[in-house]
Design a protein around this ligand. Sequence first.
Ligand code: PA5
Ligand code: NI
Length: 192
Amino acid sequence: MEGSSGEAPLLSIDLRRCLLKPVTRERTVRLSDMKEFFTDPDAVERTLSRRDPKIYEYREFTPKEEPGHLSVGITVVYPGKVGREYYMTRGHFHLKDAAEYYYCIAGRGILLLQSKSGEVAYVELRPRKIAYVPPGWGHRAVNVGRRRLAFLYVYPSDSGHDYGVIREKGFAKIVVEERGRPKLVDNPRYST
Ligand code: PA5
Ligand code: NI
């Protein structure tokens, strides 16, 4: 007997190349796709006048978008900055207040977390560590290293993604480079 049958998929994962098979959803996000998520509009325009860098990409498998199922995927955030702000994912809240696990495969990152009442927390992402996103907390992965940040994630398939509040105001904190090191500072564009 080999593989799997019927309703029970067997996935293949290539940790070095960050590939997953099969894939039901995949996306490459470039700077032009997420201009409003970075806090320095001049730095965004300066970068875009030269090129439109890839910021991150993900590949995901969802068995069924129905209660009870789990989705799994791999995200790669490229190294780089827009002004002082490190490359990052857009970040979102799950519509159904679902929790999520992030297993770091490679690189160095910060998982920025924020509750709906504006409480802020963070978790370091380092290889072989697993970070937990509690239900109801918004989350964004920031690459603070010189290489790719890669992580595997698992969350309930019917969670849904809400980008609205974060697109409008961002997180209360942002992660910037200061004297060659990552630092969490107040987001100048955030208002309660
Ligand atoms: O659900 C998650 O937290 C991740 O799978 C993200 O969707 C992925 O990392 C891409 O980030 P975003 O959805 O914020 O663009
Ligand atoms: Ni999520």
